[in-house]
Design a protein around this ligand. Structure first.
Ligand code: GLU
Length: 547
């Protein structure tokens, strides 16, 4: 068949591929520089898996002096959601994963010489390359209607697999003559364009994935769809064209794409482009109730949506460090050895990504977050907390900002010690954690507490308490008081004969703690009392009489 004539018949108005190749010349990059991209389908939110890929992309590009860009893959018109791309972009920015190039939300102009970075605006480009494949005899139009349901297809494939040991899907429309095609076009019949696969399922190719390593996979033998009848390309063709024209050097994508790799490689080959390197990332999973591993699901798991972490008040750096820890298992040791460095200094490497699917673990996330927050100054904590509260807890925000010095002092408790406390993992915990500082005491934890001993102790202590005492004097006073009231100051003696005492110094401190905070456990009560000030301290001591 005269394929050039066929190409003209199918795509009479398409520009030449040379036009585009001239418009998008090869990037001038320094040696070793990698061009990476995130290519989300705009589905209304950014999946945690996207943040995970974006992090790989961003760090890899940065480390190599390359470029990380954002492309919107919005060709699945049925699933489109308004402003979804905008949300994705802004989520990336808020996690400090801002792309260097590409789509930048609905308001800002795109940057970069390889746009448009929205696939639905690139239909003319796809047409040109589709036409070139027809010219080369590597693609053909298919006029079949979608009459087969998914079950029929599966049944047919299963049967074929049983009979021949493989699935070969050579399309019957391959056999149409030029005249038949011309006739159909004249009659206004719509067509999809399909790849004329050269592959043979009995043959294998060796591929090298940056994460999975070298493997042998079956050749593709399927005549995959390149352009749907509405003129829109499915993912495979669109990504092959875009990643080639945009100069992507590494495609980082979820491993659910790995089974299609041979089809994609055949496509690059047919187009005459060198395929990029691929890194198929393991997918973040979790255990369901029955102990089975499954992928994070948008429907079932709030943590599948990165907005969840923002709403809960996990600091963004903590989330990123958690993801980094899933990606490179030596991150944790590095962090311990380099407590003051930014995660950006970590020697991240794609080659250190394990091929097992990591499990999402809230305990680990909280642990990383607590460590991160413990390294911040009170001013930093205050700023981040207020920023969070402004959006998610406006009443608490007012309280925090009304007396910012007081708030900062509270947030500074046990922070400047050699071993800062590590008990806050997210901003929505602060209000409850320090409710006795911001709201007063609503409930006292007085179960198992001897109230008469408590009242006696506080009454006596309120007489000697002096705000100006330094910590040593303060503690001396408590010890003196212990002696006076019959509490043991020597723990050894106390252990030998507890009955001889009302308790020990720790018990006495618990009473003071209860009076000041309502709780049996709290950060340093010396600091708490200082921040509350004498008037409030004495008022709280008085309150104990009423309990
Ligand atoms: N649009 C595809 C997705 O969201 C992108 C895959 C890729 O990164 O190539 O899964």
């Amino acid at each position: 068949m005269d394929t050039e004539k066929l190409a003209k018949l199918l795509y009479p108005n398409a520009k030449t591929t040379e036009y585009w190749l001239e418009k998008y010349p090869k990037r001038e990059l320094k040696k070793g520089a990698e061009v990476t991209r995130l290519a989300p389908s705009p589905t209304g939110y950014l999946h945690t898996g996207h943040a995970y890929s974006a992090l790989i992309n961003k760090l890899t590009a940065k480390k190599s002096g390359g470029i990380f860009y954002l492309r919107l893959e919005d060709t699945d018109q049925k699933r489109l959601i308004d402003h979804a791309g905008d949300i994705a972009y802004h989520m990336l920015v808020s996690y400090d994963l801002t792309p260097d190039e590409g789509y930048r939300g609905d308001e800002l102009a795109q940057i970069g010489d390889y746009g448009d970075y929205i696939q639905s605006k690139r239909l003319g480009i796809y047409q040109s390359f589709a036409k070139s494949l027809v010219e080369k005899g590597k693609a053909f139009p298919c006029f079949c209607k979608k009459t087969e349901g998914i079950e029929d297809v599966e049944e047919r494939r299963q049967k074929q697999l049983e009979e021949t040991g493989n699935i070969e899907e050579k399309d019957p429309c391959r056999e149409l003559t030029y005249e038949q095609i011309e006739e159909k076009i004249k009659n206004g019949e719509e067509f999809a364009l399909k790849l004329k696969s050269n592959g043979n399922l009995d043959k294998t190719i060796v591929v090298e994935d940056l994460i999975k390593g070298k493997r042998e996979i079956r050749e593709n033998a399927k005549d995959i769809v390149l352009m749907k009848s509405n003129g829109i390309p499915p993912y495979a063709f669109a990504h092959a064209v875009d990643d080639s024209l945009m100069g992507t050097t590494i495609v980082v994508r979820g491993e659910e794409w790995y089974p299609s790799l041979s089809a994609h490689l055949e496509l690059f080959n047919a187009l005459g482009f060198k395929p990029p390197k691929y890194a198929h990332t393991p997918v973040i999973c979790k255990l369901d109730k029955n102990g089975n591993k499954r992928k994070l699901s948008k429907r079932k798991d709030p943590e599948a949506d990165v907005r969840f972490f923002i709403e809960e008040g996990y600091p963004k750096v903590a989330v990123i460090e958690y993801l980094l820890n899933l990606l490179n298992s030596d991150f944790e040791i590095w962090r311990t050895n380099n407590p003051t460095l930014s995660y950006k200094e970590f020697p991240f490497s794609i080659s250190k990504i394990g091929s097992n699917n990591p499990m999402f673990d809230f305990i680990k996330l909280a642990d990383i977050s607590k460590n991160y927050i413990s390294r911040l100054s009170a001013d930093e904590v205050y700023t981040m907390l207020v920023e969070w509260a402004k959006r998610f807890d406006i009443d608490f925000c007012k309280i925090l900002t009304e007396n910012s010095d007081f708030s900062k002092s509270v947030l500074n408790i046990d922070r400047t010690t050699p071993k800062p406390r590590k008990d806050i993992a997210k901003w929505n915990e602060v209000k409850n954690y320090y409710d006795y500082m911001f709201y007063g005491i609503k409930n006292y934890q007085l179960e198992d507490v001897d109230k008469s001993k408590l009242k006696e102790a506080i009454k006596a202590y309120s007489v000697v308490y002096n705000e100006n005492d330094d910590k040593q004097v303060w503690f001396e006073k408590i010890k003196n008081l212990a002696n006076k009231l019959g509490y043991a100051t020597d723990n050894k003696l106390y252990k030998q004969n507890p009955q001889a005492y009302k308790g020990n110094v720790a018990d006495l401190c618990t009473y003071i703690r209860l009076a000041l905070t309502g709780r049996k456990n709290s950060p340093d009560i010396y600091e708490i009392a200082k921040i509350l000030g004498t008037r409030e301290v004495q008022r709280r001591f008085k309150n104990i009489e009423k309990q």
